[in-house]
Design a protein around this ligand. Structure first.
Ligand SMILES: NC(=O)c1ccc[n+]([C@@H]2O[C@H](COP(=O)([O-])OP(=O)(O)OC[C@H]3O[C@@H](n4cnc5c(N)ncnc54)[C@H](OP(=O)(O)O)[C@@H]3O)[C@@H](O)[C@H]2O)c1
Length: 224
């Protein structure tokens, strides 16, 4: 059965790999990001939105509530990486990171939870293995992801009596643009040794495809 998926951050990395997979098999994807890809893919519609701007987030939510109420899946894969040591945090980039990585998904899922309930739509939030590790430059990122993990857990409990499943997907490093676009301290990592975003996307899609009475609520994926 073809599905309609809302994918935040569909233009790059994991969100793009997920979008490609779903589109290839005939699902409808509504992608939400600042840039666009619609010339490259049929079956893709897009909402231009800067998730670091609360007014943009509200406008995107309003558009979904007007035009896209019948979705079956919501994946929040947008994210940004900022790196500073603990003695060098910067207020402006801290706020921007929290807005994109935490406040936006909280507001989006808060305002769409009634539709998730009505549609039995699954919700996936991407956290990070940084929650469980100690990376000296990633305290801003790791704390925002930790809060997102708790929010995801609360949302799962809130939706437990419904058909909607809620998944915290917590991977370690996979290929993407995240490091090339990072703010603050520049950290270089070898993309060649990371997990492939396409393989990580396959794993997540296989979990979503399980029968609806199986909820894999938390998924931890490590690169060997
Ligand atoms: N890559 C890793 O090793 C890794 C590991 C663990 C967890 N994660 C998490 O996985 C998720 C996916 O990240 P990725 O690695 O695939 O990153 P990516 O390649 O940098 O892609 C990020 C996506 O988020 C969108 N985005 C970023 N800032 C935005 C903004 N202000 N407004 C709207 N959209 C915005 C980008 O779209 P536009 O630029 O078009 O706006 C893009 O589609 C993130 O939550 C990340 O924290 C990544």
């Amino acid at each position: 059965v073809a599905r309609t998926a809302l994918i935040f951050g569909h233009t790059s990395g994991l969100g793009r790999a997920l979008s490609e997979r779903l589109l290839r098999r005939g699902d409808t994807v509504v992608g939400i990001a600042r840039s666009g890809l619609s010339q490259e893919f049929s079956g893709l519609t897009e909402i231009a939105c800067d998730l670091s701007q609360p007014a943009d987030v509200e406008a995107a939510i309003d558009q979904i509530r007007c035009e896209r109420v019948h979705f079956d899946l919501l994946i929040y894969s947008a994210g940004t990486l900022v790196a500073h040591e603990i003695d060098a945090l910067e207020a402006a980039s801290l706020v921007r990171l929290y807005q994109v990585n935490l406040f936006a998904p909280m507001m989006i899922e808060s305002r769409l939870v009634d539709l998730c309930e009505r549609n039995g739509a699954d919700v996936v939030n991407i956290t990070s293995s940084a929650i469980h590790e100690y990376y000296p430059e990633f305290t801003e990122y790791a704390t925002a992801k930790t809060a997102l993990a708790k929010f995801t857990d609360d949302l799962r409990r809130r939706l437990r009596p419904t058909a909607a499943r809620v998944i915290e997907f917590c991977p370690s490093g996979f290929t993407s643009e995240m490091y090339s676009r990072m703010e603050g301290q520049k950290i270089v990592r070898d993309e060649a040794v990371q997990m492939r975003a396409e393989d990580v996307a396959d794993l997540l899609v296989s979990v979503i495809d399980l029968p609806k009475n199986i909820e894999v609520g938390q998924i931890y994926v490590n690169r060997k």
